[in-house]
Design a protein around this ligand. Structure first.
Ligand SMILES: [Zn+2]
Length: 348
């Protein structure tokens, strides 16, 4: 532990944060960092450079805890701390978590921690936005490209739900949500002479794509979901990295955070739409329609449903001898799946 006087920093040395982080990562010893001052800082004017750092577990195990210049210069005692710059002395100190609240008499420590946390969040949001700056434009374009497909999807699903009845939709959806087989009820003799019904799996394969039948009548349309998710991006007019950079540098932190969240949420919505795209194709496949018909012949023996495709674009739903619905399936339902953008890993 060095007692020699360190260089005094006249201005807040944010440029040293990275060096400190690397030192902690490599050695796990805040107090041996070359800019660290081991004497207690002046009791006012704390500026927090790094809100939270934690000594990696393996160093705590091998070297123990770190000594804190405020409360324990001689007996190491903390693993989680803050890096502060004393505006009065121009010195840098790594102190233990909670230690500064009593030491600094002007409240600068608490305010400094809050400000540093906000700044870190802003930097993380900025990094995320700049790493993914083309997203708003791409998601908006994708939303426009997908609108005709989403409209077809909504129309087909609405017709399927109408033709199959809510009860049947629920049974198929539940089976699909479990990733499993449709089931039929069998009457068997229980204890005593009483007959009880048990569910047994039907068929030799699980039902496909039944997830598109979720949500009943009030489910939000696919077209509505992708429009709502990308609407906010219409307000941005970034055409270059520089535009995005300028925007990110000049907006309040709350707006950066909001935009980052909207991008992540929109990507999730498009991933769901992509899954729906594949699920509907799977549901409409000939072998799956046969499975559902065969199941209904057993499960609803008195009045079974039959899903009969005349062609890929023309499906009839029969209940007994009555055709309850004819569904024209637009060609774009059978198109190749759209490409999904993938987000850069989130910083911070
Ligand atoms: Zn302390």
């Amino acid at each position: 532990m060095s007692v020699q006087a360190k260089k005094a920093f006249q201005y807040r040395p944010d440029h040293l944060i990275q060096d400190f982080r690397e030192h902690i990562r490599a050695f796990g010893e805040p107090h041996t960092w070359r800019y660290h001052t081991h004497e207690p800082p002046a009791p006012e004017g704390a500026e927090v450079l790094l809100a939270n750092f934690v000594i990696p577990r393996e160093f705590v195990r091998s070297k123990g805890l770190a000594p804190c210049p405020i409360c324990s210069p001689k007996s190491p005692q903390y693993a989680k701390g803050h890096l502060i710059w004393s505006a009065v002395g121009g010195t840098l100190h790594a102190v233990g978590h909670c230690c500064g609240h009593k030491h600094f008499e002007d409240g600068s420590f608490g305010r400094g921690i809050a400000a540093a946390i906000e700044l870190e969040q802003r930097r993380a949001d900025e990094t995320f936005l700049m790493d993914n700056w083309e997203y708003p434009r791409e998601l908006l374009a994708l939303s426009r490209d997908l609108t005709p497909w989403a409209r077809s999807y909504d129309q087909v699903v609405k017709n399927l739900k109408g033709g199959l009845s809510p009860m049947v939709c629920k049974a198929i959806y539940r089976a699909a949500a479990d990733g499993a087989f449709l089931s039929v009820e069998d009457q068997v003799q229980g204890l005593g002479r009483k007959m009880v019904s048990i569910k047994t799996p039907f068929g030799s394969r699980p039902v496909q794509g039944g997830l598109v039948l979720r949500g009943g009548k009030r489910a939000v349309s696919c077209e509505g979901r992708i429009k709502a998710a990308s609407l906010i991006f219409e307000q941005l007019d970034w055409v270059s990295y520089e535009d995005a950079f300028w925007w990110a540098s000049s907006q309040p932190s709350a707006d950066l955070k909001l935009l980052a969240r909207h991008i992540k949420e929109a990507v999730a919505v498009f991933h769901d739409a992509h899954a729906d795209f594949l699920a509907l194709q799977a549901f409409l496949s000939e072998e799956n329609l046969e499975l559902v018909s065969a199941w209904s012949a057993v499960a609803h023996a008195g009045n079974p449903l039959r899903l009969h495709p005349h062609a890929r674009e023309d499906l009839a739903i029969w209940r007994g001898a009555v055709r309850v619905r004819r569904i024209l399936i637009p060609r774009n339902i059978w198109g190749p799946p759209f490409a999904l953008p993938s987000l850069a890993p989130c910083a911070g």
